[in-house]
Ligand binder design. Sequence first.
Ligand code: MG
Ligand code: ZN
Length: 354
Amino acid sequence: MRNKRKHLSLMMAIVLLFSNCQSGAKVISQKIEKPLNIILLIGDGMGLAQISAASFISGGLSLDLFVELGLLRTSSGNDYITDSAAGATAFSTGEKTFNGAIGVGMDTLSRQSILELAEQNGLSTGLISTCSVTHATPASFYAHQRNREMHREIANDFYGKGIDFMAGTGKPYFSIEKLLAGGYQISSGTIPSNADASKKQFCFFNDSIHPPKAAERGNWLEAITKQGMQHLSQNKKGFFLMVEGSQIDWGGHDTDFNYTVTELIDFDKAVKAAYEFAKKDGNTLVIVTADHETGGLSLDAGNLKKRTIQHHYASTHHSGIMVPVYAYGPGASMLKGTHENTEVFKAMKLLLGL
Ligand code: MG
Ligand code: ZN
C-alpha cells in the first residue's frame, strides 16, 4: 500500500492559474503536485505581531521553517472585520458569509464543506481544537447554522457525518448514546492509550464545555494531533484534518500578552508535529493560517538579551490586517501571493480532487 501512496504522489495535476494583467485575465498552465492528505492548522487570532512575538520570545518557531508563504484578506461577506464563524466558513466552504454564520452562505442556506466533500469521496476526516468542538472554527466544518451561539443545534449536525477523529471540549452538548450508536469510541481527559484503531474516535478533553489554558493542558494539543494523524493515515485514500489553536484569539480579547504568546507557542508544537509527519510522509500538504488578527497587537520595543517585548493592544476586538498563510508539501506553491481567505478552500478542493 505504501507504494501505491508513493505512486499517487507522483501524479501531477494540471492547474490553470489566472493572473491579472493590464490586457485582462491571462491563463497560465502550470503543473502542480497533488497531495493525498491535507492538514489545515488555524491559529485563531494569529496575526503577524503574535507570530513575531512568539518567535522572538521562544527563540524560534516551527512556523519559521516554512518557505512557501502568502497573505490572506480576511473580510467577511457583510463586514470589513470578520468574526471566527465567517472566517472559518470561508476556509470550509469557499464563500464569504455574514459574521456569526456557521457553514451557511449569505442566504443562510447550507454550503457543502471541504470536510463533507472529503467524507463523500472516501477520505478520512478529523477536527481538533483547544475549545469546544461546537465553537465557531471547528463547527464551520461540519455544521450549518445561522448563529454560532446555537451550540446544541451545531452538535446535532455532527451525527451521521462520519467524521473519524474529534478532539476538544464540549461534551455536555453531545448525546453519548448517539455517539456510541454512531460507532464512536469516547475518551475523556488525557490521550486515549487504548484507542481502537478500527473505531472512530471522540476525545473530550474534560467533561465540561470550558477548556483549560495551555499550561494546564500540558502537551495535549501536540499529542492529540499526532494521534489524529496516525489514526487518519490508516485510510490509503487520504485524509483531511483541521487543527485549531483556539485560544490565541482569547488572549487578544483579554489583551493578555502572555496568554496570547503561550497559546501560540503551544499551537506551534502541533504545527511541528504536522510538519514532521508531512516531511516523512511526502504526500501531505500542511497549511497554517489564521482566520483574523485579534487585538491590533503592536510590538513597540524589545530587549535582545532578555528576549522580552513591550507591546500594546489597539483594541479588544479583531482587526482587519491581512494574515499570513504558510504551506509545506505537494501543492504548497498554490497559496503563495495575496489572496482572499476563500482561496484556501478552492486550493484544498482542487488539490484533493474533490
Ligand atoms: Mg476559533
Ligand atoms: Zn475572537
